[in-house]
Design a protein around this ligand. Structure first.
Ligand SMILES: CC(C)(COP(=O)(O)OP(=O)(O)OC[C@H]1O[C@@H](n2cnc3c(N)ncnc32)[C@H](O)[C@@H]1OP(=O)(O)O)[C@@H](O)C(=O)NCCC(=O)NCCS
Length: 436
């Protein structure tokens, strides 16, 4: 019978070591015994950007990038997007199973109960500059919630943690909507607890003088589906930040703000905003071949294309394309769709993209839907952050309960000077202080 072990010979010493293999993984710490002398620190692994390192065991989200599979707690994303509401999926992601009717009712009530923001949070947001980026406002305000709920620091109390989780999921749409209204110079709208999660978000975004906001049911459902698709994505950049900052036992507001900061980057959640900028830059279908040629020559990337994990197709992109059709029946077709479809068509037939396994990802079509719904591109990443908060919090809870985990602290390969002689001021040569 095949043994689940790995035998390594160190050619520096001719010593042989046998390491256990568990779930296709060797423990990096098992390499530490491989030394050239007793004083030697021991062998480490070098893995910039975590290309081949599992940082945790997780039972939340499963992705098979080669086969284009995404599942939350074992359920295919396609089934969840078709059958469930976002808060139902949030419950599944956080607690491991789908809620029954009573559990869901209680859960929805509890989240709805926490949609209100403290007046000091509202005042805090009023003082952002008129042109502040909504994502920067969201990140700062989520961090500022830590000042309103100082008890959140007791992360060892499960009941306390759950209360903060409910608060964060409830308040995220309220903060997102306020950041949107602030950037337009409109007064803030308070939550309406008669409405469901997505409808209430739309109410806080778009209510003007009407006494009661009535959300378009197709758009509300589309938003809910988009929230489901974005709820978790295992160990992506922001989830890794959530776990890393959380491992230092910072409170969940500061930890979530850190994760949202990672999400704001154009290589992560910020990509959907970049897709719209790119489509604007391309301008029309006829310009697509020239733009692709430029990309292949190394001038920039096709935003919304490529993924570290998906090397076949991104299953979320398929659902989003379907959702886009439903949305366009209400809003009219976004003219950018034609450019996007042409870009996708040409890229998928091109050797450069085929060889590198570059396919449209979740961000490629989501921005076009958001724009058709009336959002400015600056809001797109904020729309991503609302549902991803659920995934971050589930990853955070799992990390805190995992006895294998400690404060996250990678090693480095030091490439700097050996010890140097200190030079007094008068003897130092000029050094240009450049950023690079
Ligand atoms: C998502 C992303 C960061 C993954 O990066 P990665 O796994 O580190 O992949 P790499 O950057 O190593 O890319 C591998 C190759 O494909 C190319 N490539 C990757 N994404 C590309 C894109 N969007 N357009 C054109 N070329 C791309 C790289 O230049 C590289 O080519 P090379 O082998 O000739 O050097 C990357 O594909 C990207 O930047 N995409 C655009 C941003 C985006 O849509 N992000 C949202 C992710 S959900």
């Amino acid at each position: 019978m095949a043994q689940e072990t790995l035998t390594i010979t160190d050619n520096r010493t001719q010593q042989t070591y046998t390491l256990p293999i568990d779930k296709g993984t060797v423990r990096a710490m098992d390499l530490r015994q491989i030394k050239t002398s007793p004083e030697d620190f021991g062998l480490m692994t070098y893995d910039p950007a975590f290309m081949n390192t599992a940082s945790c065991r997780s039972n939340i989200t499963f992705i098979d990038g080669d086969r284009g599979i995404l599942r939350y707690r074992g359920y295919p994303i396609e089934v969840l997007a078709e059958q469930c509401t976002f808060l139902e999926v949030a419950y599944l992601i956080l607690f491991g199973d789908l809620p029954n009717e009573v559990e869901l009712k209680t859960w929805v009530k509890e989240i709805t109960h926490h949609t209100m923001l403290h007046e000091s949070t509202k005042k805090f947001m009023e003082h952002f500059r008129y042109d502040a980026h909504p994502m920067a406002m969201l990140v700062s305000t989520v961090a500022a919630l830590s000042t309103i709920y100082p008890e959140a620091r007791d992360i060892h109390d499960p009941d306390n943690r759950l209360l903060q989780i409910k608060r964060l999921i409830g308040k995220m749409p309220s903060i997102a909507a306020m950041s949107y209204r602030h950037s337009l110079g409109f007064p803030y709208v308070y939550p309406d607890n008669d409405l469901n999660y997505s409808e209430n978000f739309m109410n806080m975004l778009w209510k003007m003088v009407e006494p009661k906001y009535v959300a378009n049911s197709v758009l509300a459902r589309a938003l809910d589906i988009l929230f489901i698709l974005h709820a978790d994505h295992e160990q992506n950049c922001s989830a890794n930040v959530m776990r890393s900052v959380g491992s230092a036992q910072a409170d969940p507001y500061l930890t979530t703000a850190a994760a949202a900061g990672a999400l704001s980057g154009p290589l992560h959640g910020g990509a959907n905003e970049e897709v719209l900028k790119m489509l604007d830059e391309i301008g029309s279908k006829e310009n697509v071949p020239a733009y692709i040629k430029r990309t292949k020559e190394g001038h920039g990337k096709l935003m919304g294309f490529g993924h570290r994990i998906y090397k076949n197709y991104d299953p979320r992109a398929t659902i989003i394309k379907w959702t886009a059709e439903q949305v366009f029946k209400v809003t009219g077709r976004n003219p950018k769709l034609d450019i996007a479809l042409e870009l996708e068509r040409i890229a998928l037939e091109d050797d450069y993209f085929i060889k590198r396994k570059l396919y449209p990802n979740v961000d490629f079509y989501s921005g076009i839907i958001y724009q058709a719904m009336g959002f400015k591109p600056e809001m797109f990443t904020v729309l991503f952050a609302i549902p991803r908060t659920v995934g971050w919090l589930a990853q955070w809870q799992e990390m805190l309960a995992d006895t294998d985990q400690k404060i996250a602290r990678p090693r480095q390969i030091y490439t700097g000077h050996e010890v140097r002689e200190f030079l007094p001021m008068g003897k130092r040569a000029p050094v240009a202080a450049t950023a690079g």
